[in-house]
Ligand binder design. Structure first.
Ligand code: APR
Length: 233
């Protein structure tokens, strides 16, 4: 196995206690996506949006990486330079598990973006209208450094290069509802990669994969990593 790209979604963090988005008790069942995850919603009511992400940022202190996050870090350490994790998640559980070859295509809860100078800075506390940009000092110009609907995800060129150069593409705990991430399977397949979906319930886009592995991430991901490392690919 030469190059591996792994796409992760909210399902990989579900067993750590981080809610997914589209499951019955998910985030979008409780919050209006238009209000809290669009630039228009932020323009309409910035305090509502800040409250939403401040709540989720605070939650990060109460959750831990799980066996699925840990297994991906082990895979990366066992195959240095051959594994890239592309996550749609804005939590920091992959890093805390030890992943380093990692792209947050939808941004990070732990960063703030200044609308004044454009700088992205590490940020741990609540963002308020008083908050000052660590780079330029401007007050009241910070937003969560999260990619909202209608905005371009980060590092798409790097991701595209990795997809066309991989021979194994796996999607873990994502429903495949949101593009461009939902189109990665076709890019990898077109490059001749084996494509595998790992999900609690393989549905919707599952048929677009060569293989489906069903079960909770904390069970199926460590087994999948073991399979790769044992050379059974
Ligand atoms: N183990 C494995 N998979 C799971 C688990 C689990 N324990 N629990 C849930 N899942 C699966 C669900 O079956 C579902 O397919 O995780 C998936 C979660 O899907 P979504 O809630 O749609 O989350 P995701 O695919 O990451 O959303 C993509 O949409 O809302 C935006 O920007 C947000 O990054 C997010 C993007």
């Amino acid at each position: 196995m030469s190059k591996i790209v792994i796409l992760t979604g909210a399902g990989i963090s579900a067993e750590s206690g981080v809610a997914t988005f589209r499951d019955p008790d998910g985030v979008w069942a409780k919050f209006n996506l238009e209000d809290v995850a669009t630039p228009q919603g932020f323009a309409r009511d910035p305090a509502k949006v800040q409250d939403f992400y401040n709540m989720r940022r605070r939650q990060m202190g109460a959750v831990e990486p799980n066996a699925a996050h840990a297994a991906l870090a082990v895979l990366e350490q066992a195959l240095p330079g051959k594994v890239l994790v592309v996550t749609q998640n804005i939590d920091d559980l992959h890093e805390r598990a030890g992943s380093r070859s990692l792209i947050h295509m939808h941004g990070e809860l732990g960063r703030a973006l200044c609308l004044g100078c454009g700088e992205s800075s590490a940020w741990v506390d609540d963002i308020t209208v008083q908050s000052q940009c660590p780079a330029c000092g401007a007050g009241g110009r910070l937003r969560p450094d999260v990619v909202w609907f209608g905005e371009m995800p980060y590092r798409m060129e790097e991701i595209g290069d990795a997809l066309t150069g991989c021979d194994l593409f796996a999607a873990i705990g994502t429903s495949g509802n949101v593009y461009p991430a939902a189109g990665f399977v076709e890019e990898a397949r077109a490059a001749g990669a084996l494509t595998v979906e790992l999900n609690l319930k393989c549905a919707g886009w599952a048929s677009r994969f060569d293989e489906q592995i069903e079960g909770p991430a904390t069970e199926v991901v460590p087994a999948f990593v073991e399979r790769i490392l044992s050379g059974k690919g």
